[in-house]
Design a protein around this ligand. Structure first.
Ligand code: SF4
Length: 164
């Protein structure tokens, strides 16, 4: 697990470089939690274990709020780890959350754009009718690819991990 957290430190630094390279097109800011309010949040076994490590370190009062959220989780709905528009396990969040908001090339050579592009947010100036008018990040930021050097286990939606 230490190896995985060290990898995340390096990965986060790479993402910071991308954020500054594309800063003119990125409108993510504290207080915007749109990416955490609607989605499937797919994550692998290794990411789930790391996420739950973050959960185990929280105060009991926060755990209680989260347990209540877990009991009300809906497929495709708000992430149960979101409290007052902030991620309660930010340091431990999965890859899909770390790359929220970025546009990148996938293994089929297609540009993956953040859904908020259609809400006048990230990259809206350079995207129209499924066409992307600048070079996207050339690194495949899908979870499978990012974690290719790890034995990351099965990938499931957060709902499917939490609802047994
Ligand atoms: S784990 Fe955190 S960053 Fe990821 S969707 Fe949930 S609240 Fe958002």
């Amino acid at each position: 697990m230490i190896q995985y957290s060290e990898f995340l430190d390096i990965f986060d630094k790479q993402l910071e470089l991308y954020q500054s390279e594309y800063e003119n097109y990125i409108f993510c800011k504290k207080g915007c939690s749109a990416c955490c309010e609607k989605g499937d949040y797919p994550l692998s076994q290794i990411e789930l274990e790391y996420l739950m490590l973050g959960y185990s370190k929280l105060d009991n009062s926060i755990k209680k709020v989260l347990q209540n959220n877990f009991s009300m989780i809906k497929k495709g709905g708000v992430c149960p780890f979101l409290i007052n528009k902030e991620c309660s396990v930010y340091k431990y969040r999965p890859i899909v959350c770390r790359v929220h908001g970025l546009a990148y090339l996938n293994s089929q050579g297609k540009v993956v754009v953040p859904y908020c592009v259609n809400e006048g947010k990230n990259y809206f100036q350079v995207y129209k009718d499924n066409e992307f008018f600048i070079n996207p990040i050339r690194q495949n930021l899908s979870t499978q690819f990012v974690l290719k050097d790890f034995n990351f286990g099965e990938i499931r939606d957060l709902y499917d991990w939490l609802v047994v």
